[in-house]
Design a binder for this molecule. Structure first.
Ligand code: MRU
Length: 352
């Protein structure tokens, strides 16, 4: 199988700080920002300078290192250092509640802190190395997801995706767009239809940019258009990412994903989720238990800083929705493609 080389590196640890692409500036500017403190990392995740479930997982791991570096300068006892650091790690987890990868990565750092036998300096170094390991693993995992996913992409397929589950939502390569990259490496006749993804327009701003940067043919459509193109027979499959998958396969992803899944079912279009196993939260039985982030109302009332609605109108802005498992054709992971009954296939993959 041919390998696809992507130019994008979203987040990277650099000696004493975390360097990341500032995604709030895309697509107008492709610039890096250096995150040098723990609170700055909290704000970067909250304001979506870094976004996408796997990317905010790694950002969370880096955030713990940044807090540790700050506390190291405070001349605390080892016991005080550990207690304060664990508190700050817990605080960091609260900045975005839906994507489980943030909690997953920060909990790993917490375990390391609790189990370390090293002095303060040694703990900081171990946290740093663990963050770097998570970065490397993320890229490897995405390539495996891409290669498994490519096996179900028909020749010359048009693939619809929603939001951005690409290189810019991970450390590099991507989950849903990792499937696209791996398929494209072997079949350059495939193409992507990208949903705009209101209100933050990750599809328009980020997915079209990263696919174009990598030379993959892409067509932008607005969110309401997907069923129109499915009815015309122009969409061969849907692949999206995930922010949290329950033990029964119910999947939280960017708001609007559920609508795409219903349209895909009606039109007999296969609907796939692409996600690492770290996105599966086996502690919850169904999607009803997933906390949905409510985001700022400005995201709905404004486009590019301009009001688009009557002043004073009521607003609701959930950032994610949950697609029920019966609408999902398969969940593409680094260990293979999970199929229904998801309760069984998910339990099975975690047993291994
Ligand atoms: O609010 P965002 O931009 O962080 O939401 C991102 C998504 O919903 C992605 O589809 C999901 O995190 C998977 S990223 C590989």
């Amino acid at each position: 199988m041919a390998e696809f080389k992507s130019k994008i590196r979203t987040i990277e640890w650099k000696d004493t700080y975390s360097r990341m692409v500032d995604q709030t500036l895309l697509p107008k500017k492709y610039e890096y920002v250096n995150i040098t403190g723990g609170q700055q990392m909290y704000d970067a995740i909250k304001t979506m300078i870094v976004r996408g479930a796997p990317a905010i997982g790694v950002a969370g791991a880096h955030g713990v290192v940044l807090y540790a570096q700050e506390l190291e300068k405070e001349k605390l006892t080892r016991e005080e250092f550990v207690k304060k650091l664990l508190d700050r790690a817990d605080y960091l987890i609260t900045c975005r509640p839906t994507a489980v990868n943030l909690r997953w990565a920060v909990e790993q750092q917490k375990e390391l802190i609790k189990n370390s036998k090293s002095d303060i300096n040694g703990i900081v170094e171990e946290l740093k190395q663990n963050g770097i390991r998570l970065e490397k693993e993320d890229i490897e995992i995405n390539k495996k997801i891409g290669d498994y996913g490519a096996t179900v992409v028909p020749k010359g397929a048009t693939i619809l995706t929603h939001c951005n589950a690409g290189a810019l939502a991970t450390v590099g390569y991507g989950t849903a767009l990792g499937v696209v990259r791996s398929a494209f490496a072997n079949d350059p006749t495939i193409q992507v239809f990208a949903d705009e993804t209101r209100p933050r327009q990750q599809g328009a701003r980020i997915t079209t940019l990263e696919l174009t940067m990598d030379g993959i043919p892409t067509t932008l459509i607005s969110d309401g258009m997907c069923s129109y193109f499915m009815k015309k027979g122009m969409i061969d499959m849907v692949v999206v990412g995930a922010d949290r998958i329950a033990a029964n396969g119910d999947t939280a992803n960017k708001i609007g994903t559920y609508t795409v899944a219903i349209a895909a079912k009606y039109h007999n279009v296969p609907f796939y989720i692409a996600a690492p196993l770290s996105t599966i939260d086996t502690s919850i039985k169904t999607g009803d238990e997933i906390v949905i982030e409510e985001r700022s109302h400005d995201e709905v009332t404004h486009i590019n800083g301009d009001w688009i609605c009557a002043e004073g109108v009521k607003i609701i802005n959930p950032g994610f929705d949950v697609t029920p498992n019966e609408l999902i054709t398969g969940i593409i992971t680094e260990k293979g493609i999970l199929r229904p009954d998801y309760k069984k296939s998910i339990a099975e993959v975690f047993k291994k």
